[in-house]
Design a protein around this ligand. Structure first.
Ligand code: SF4
Ligand SMILES: [Zn+2]
Ligand SMILES: [Zn+2]
Length: 308
């Protein structure tokens, strides 16, 4: 790109399409920080003296999330950042991602906490895949449910007051549209409970980079040379998501701002459910004691299928 930065006139390295801004490296970094700070404030994601468990996968999104949070949090509160990785136990994939996560946290002078499926649930994901019944749900369904539990357990164990997750704008818009296409708008509300409505027993989850596009994140990570792992998981079941991604990317290209508009629509849905959230009080799982809307929680239900 040859033209000058829209902010300062220096040579630009990036075109942010949805704002039509050409940006130099330092303005890319600064506007990204400003954008994330606005998202954090808009949703009141963090409080003074927070212990923030930052979910680190080793991929680019969580690398950028951690880098941004370290800068943002150091300037305005007494909060503490604790990077946490859940090691699902996926040979040849998670171990490489873990290496990237370790290099990143060392570079940022942070201590990486690692919790594994094997320690928490007795089985690695590879073992679960080998043992699960042939007609059961796929690896990602097991992985998603167990990782959510693992992260909550890890955050409680570390005394964290909030969990920050690195879902980007593209991921979020895809998930929102997939839920709508399946006729499940209530799920949009259930998976985006605002921090002040968090249910007892669940450490609140926030998504500070939900307004950063994947392009923004790649540009930021490359400019700062953040280490990250970029290979797909061998179990990834992405057919449906890929269709939705292709559609949204096409729309975003033709009409920049589509992804953000999708996110805003979801916020309206979450708001509409807001008054009912206080009634979402749930009981405890009879087997593990964790909060659960049913007698046996999803985690125990899934683990039971592989023990038998
Ligand atoms: S692609 Fe599926 S199995 Fe692999 S890490 Fe993601 S959720 Fe887990
Ligand atoms: Zn500039
Ligand atoms: Zn349970």
């Amino acid at each position: 790109m040859q033209s000058g930065c829209s902010k300062c006139g220096k040579p630009s390295i990036y075109l942010r399409r949805y704002t039509s801004e050409l940006l130099c490296g330092s303005c890319l970094v600064q506007t990204t920080i400003d954008r994330v700070r606005r998202t954090i404030n808009r949703h009141k994601m963090f409080y003074e003296n927070d212990r923030i468990a930052v979910a680190i996968s080793g991929g680019k999104d969580s690398a950028v999330l951690l880098h941004l949070l370290q800068q943002i949090e150091s300037t305005f509160s007494n909060s503490e950042i604790i990077p946490v990785t859940i090691d699902e136990g996926i040979q040849g994939y998670r171990n490489k991602a873990l290496d990237s996560a370790k290099i990143l946290t060392q570079r940022l002078d942070l201590n990486l906490e690692i919790y594994s499926f094997k320690d928490l649930f007795r089985y690695s994901l590879d073992e679960i895949v080998a043992r699960k019944p042939a007609n059961s749900v796929g690896a990602c369904s097991y992985c998603g449910v167990l990782r959510r539990r693992a992260l909550n357990t890890a955050a409680q164990d570390l005394g964290a007051s909030v969990i920050a997750i690195g879902h980007n704008l593209d991921d979020e818009a895809q998930t929102i549209l997939m839920n709508l296409l399946r006729g499940d708008s209530a799920r949009i509300a259930r998976t985006n409970v605002p921090r002040d409505k968090a249910i007892d027993g669940f450490v609140p989850r926030v998504k500070p980079i939900a307004e950063l596009s994947e392009r923004d994140i790649v540009a930021y990570a490359h400019h700062l040379e953040l280490p990250y792992h970029d290979e797909p998981c061998p179990y990834a079941e992405t057919a449906y998501r890929n269709d939705v991604r292709a559609f949204l990317n096409d729309m975003e290209y033709k009409r920049p701002g589509t992804l953000l508009a999708t996110l805003r629509s979801a916020e309206t849905i979450v708001d509409a459910f807001r008054d009912t959230m206080d009634e979402w009080k749930i009981g405890s799982c009879e087997q593990c004691g964790n909060p659960s809307p049913s007698r046996i929680c999803k985690t125990c239900e899934m683990l039971d299928t592989i023990r038998s």
